[in-house]
Ligand binder design. Structure first.
Ligand code: THU
Length: 160
C-alpha cells in the first residue's frame, strides 16, 4: 500500500483590480452576462465568459426551467455555444461569477460537477489547459487548469 498526496495550486486575489488585464476583461464580461441570466427559481444569477484562441469572448448565463432539472448552467451555455460556433477553436480561459439579491457572492464562484466534467472534456479536446477565474466580491481564485478541480476525472481515454 502507498499513500499519495495530491496538491492543488491556486492564486487568490481580493479585487478585480489586482487581476492581470485579460482576466479583468473576462470577469467584466461574465458579470455582464450574469445580469441577463434567466434564474427566476433560484434567483442565483450566474455569468460565464470564455476566451477563445481566436480572441473572441463568448458569454453565457444560467437558463432555468419550471421543470428544475431542465435548466443549464452558465459555464455550459458559454462552452457549448463557443464549440457550436467555432468547433475548431481552443478555449484559453473561462471566468465565472454569480449574483444573488442583486449583489456579487463573496466568492469564489465554484463551477458545479457537471461543468467541471465539461471543462475537462474541452481541455482534452483541444489538448490545452483552460485558465479559470472564479470571481467573487471578496475573493477571486485563479487556477491554471480545470484538471485540479476534478481529480481522477472520467476522460476520453477512460473509455479504453
Ligand atoms: N449554476 C450555474 O450556472 N453554474 C454553476 O456552476 C453552479 C450552478 C446555476 C444553476 C442554477 O440555475 C443556479 O445556479 C442555482 O443552482
Amino acid at each position: 500500500m502507498q499513500k499519495r498526496v495530491y496538491q492543488i495550486v491556486t492564486e487568490e486575489f481580493h479585487s478585480i483590480a489586482e487581476l492581470p488585464g485579460t482576466d479583468q476583461l473576462l470577469v467584466f464580461a461574465a458579470r455582464e452576462a450574469a445580469e441577463k441570466a434567466y434564474a427566476p427559481y433560484s434567483k442565483f444569477n450566474v455569468g460565464a465568459a470564455v476566451l477563445l484562441a481566436n480572441g473572441e469572448i463568448i458569454r453565457g448565463n444560467n437558463q432555468e426551467n419550471a421543470d428544475f432539472t431542465d435548466g443549464i448552467c452558465a459555464e455550459r451555455v458559454a462552452l457549448f455555444f463557443a464549440h457550436a460556433t467555432y468547433p475548431g477553436v481552443a478555449v484559453k480561459a473561462l471566468a465565472v461569477t454569480a449574483k444573488t439579491g442583486g449583489k456579487l457572492i463573496s466568492g469564489p464562484a465554484q463551477p458545479c460537477g457537471s461543468c467541471r466534467q465539461v471543462l475537462i472534456e474541452t481541455e482534452s479536446r483541444f489538448k490545452q489547459s483552460i485558465r479559470l477565474i472564479l470571481d467573487g466580491a471578496e475573493k477571486i481564485m485563479v487556477l491554471d487548469g480545470a484538471d485540479s478541480l476534478l481529480p481522477f476525472a472520467f476522460k476520453p481515454d477512460s473509455l479504453g
